[in-house]
Design a binder for this molecule. Sequence first.
Ligand code: TMP
Length: 211
Amino acid sequence: MNRGIFITMEGPEGAGKTTIIHMLGQALQEEGYQVLLTREPGGIPISEQIREVILNKDNTAMDSRTEALLYAAARRQHLVEKVIPALENGTIVLCDRFIDSSLAYQGHARGLDIEEVYNINKFAIGDMMPDATFFFDIKPEEGLRRIQSNGDREVNRLDLEALEFHEKVYEGYQAIINRWKGRFIIIDADRTIEEVFHETKNQLMVALKKQ
Ligand code: TMP
């Protein structure tokens, strides 16, 4: 059996990627593809428990390195328990956030340094880098405006950071995209959900054909 394909979805808060992943999952399943939708931090019980610790609004004392290590630990467990077995089974894995979130949020925005955070993540993931990564491009101000007007969405510890932090996250993503140019597919997310979905689906089909 062929190995599946590992696709990750990245972007600032409010880019709409979670909605798009669900639309993609449904569309691909209807076309007969075997798809796994999952998310980070989380996706399996141990990593969901770590997610609760990281994102708990009461954990204001959390040190940035602790935060980076917890994300990496959640990532390791999720990869071993869920992502790798699915890929070995020939499944298309669509993962809402992965290593690039750690590089942008902890590496750049928290100021830990992208290379340092990449190194601890290499320990967690080995050579399991994504085959392709979609970046949902939205300016932080617009993304935050969207999440503030979406009453259904959970508000977590990182959402509560100031606009300046989210601007740094965006800047971090630009540096990461520059470093791993070949892996990224950039989607302009400042459009309607339908427009973003159609473009993402078309680009995903191209990526699947390349496999
Ligand atoms: P989300 O499920 O709303 O995307 O929330 C996850 C939050 O965690 C979001 O604010 C981004 C942040 N995050 C990191 O800071 N580093 C990481 O490695 C990951 C996966 C997420």
